[in-house]
Design a protein around this ligand. Structure first.
Ligand SMILES: [Zn+2]
Ligand SMILES: [Zn+2]
Length: 330
């Protein structure tokens, strides 16, 4: 009798909350981490088009409806996907959201650390200015009038926090438990499932980190050149040396002054490889490679060419490590 009643109570509780949890996410790696923790219990929805530029995207009406209707939106934060910031405010009101960059324990890195001495030709403050000592002062100045000064790469900010923080798997490891806690708050009955999935994900991520270190064991001394300034988190975690990047942190097109600075850095530091990205035209990387005698590789920091789902994130990290190691050996 008691058993029957308990079963009945469980069934009724189940039907009262019948629709499975739906969580919207901004980019494929976040979609992947949420999928790891949700398992089959709910559905993770990717808001942007896979393969689009995450820094510059506009929601279609159907995607805006997902923002409005999801039980929660889990995203990196306005530092990466600013296009989602206004949508969250106007479409969700007080609805649940979680920004991963705000999770306690997340490792933050500034753009400026690996990055010295590039010039903006658009920026009048240091146009034709070869004296790098003025750079800091000039950047303070252009913060005050960023809108006028930045022309076609307006809004980029290489002095702030680098939001590509998912490229450090230690961050992913912190986030899976935060995601489990967040999902549990929305769906308390799933608590045990989320906790178990997060624990399994955490073990997988530890293994991924160990495997990635092995893949990159010989990769510490050969500098690489990347397409946009997205790889500081990965490089910092795995001790890879980045000699420079073609485009800035928001992937906006570089000017001629930056490119000549980059050529100079590459020659000085002895880089061997330059990496294009699938969502951006490879012509510029190929041209620089030809001029400077570098090999061309491909890095896909968004997993834009991988199958969506729980397996995307580990594949993304492994693929990047293999691409770097292979190109350096080549
Ligand atoms: Zn600037
Ligand atoms: Zn980026």
């Amino acid at each position: 009798m008691r058993n029957t009643l308990t079963t009945l109570a469980l069934l009724m509780a189940g039907t009262a909350n019948a629709a499975p949890l739906s969580v919207a996410t901004d980019i494929p790696p976040v979609h992947s981490l949420v999928s790891m923790v949700m398992g089959d219990r709910g559905e993770a929805v990717l808001l942007m088009d896979q393969g689009a530029d995450a820094h510059d995207f506009q929601l279609r009406p159907s995607q805006a409806r997902s923002v409005a209707n999801a039980d929660s939106v889990i995203w990196m934060g306005p530092e990466l996907t600013l296009w989602l910031d206004d949508a969250l405010e106007s479409l969700r009101g007080d609805g649940a959201t979680m920004a991963l960059l705000d999770i306690e324990g997340t490792v933050h890195r500034g753009y400026a650390e690996d990055h010295e001495g590039h010039l903006h030709e658009e920026d009048a403050h240091h146009d034709d200015d070869d004296d790098h000592a003025h750079e800091e002062e000039a950047h303070d100045a252009h913060d005050d009038h960023a809108d006028e000064a930045h022309g076609d790469h307006d809004g980029h900010d290489h002095s702030g926090d680098d939001p590509h923080a998912w490229l450090d798997p230690e961050n992913a490891n912190i986030w899976v438990s935060a995601i489990a806690a967040h999902l549990t708050a929305l769906d308390p009955e799933g608590s045990e499932i989320y906790a178990q999935n997060a624990m399994r994900a955490s073990i997988d991520l530890e293994n991924l980190i160990a495997k990635t270190r092995e893949t990159l064991a010989q990769s510490h001394d050969t500098p690489i050149v990347v397409f946009h300034e997205a790889y500081g988190h990965f490089a910092g975690r795995f001790d890879v040396h980045i000699a420079g990047s073609i485009a800035f942190g928001d992937a906006a097109a570089p000017g001629a002054a930056h490119l000549s600075e980059l050529r100079h850095q590459v020659e000085e530091e002895g880089a061997k490889c330059i990496f294009a990205e699938p969502q951006h035209n490879a012509a510029m990387a190929e041209q620089i490679a030809e001029e400077l005698g570098l090999s061309v590789g491909m890095l896909d920091p968004m997993g834009s060419e991988l199958a969506l789902g729980a397996d995307l994130y580990p594949a993304l990290i492994s693929q990047m490590a293999t691409a770097i190691a292979t190109c350096q050996e080549g």
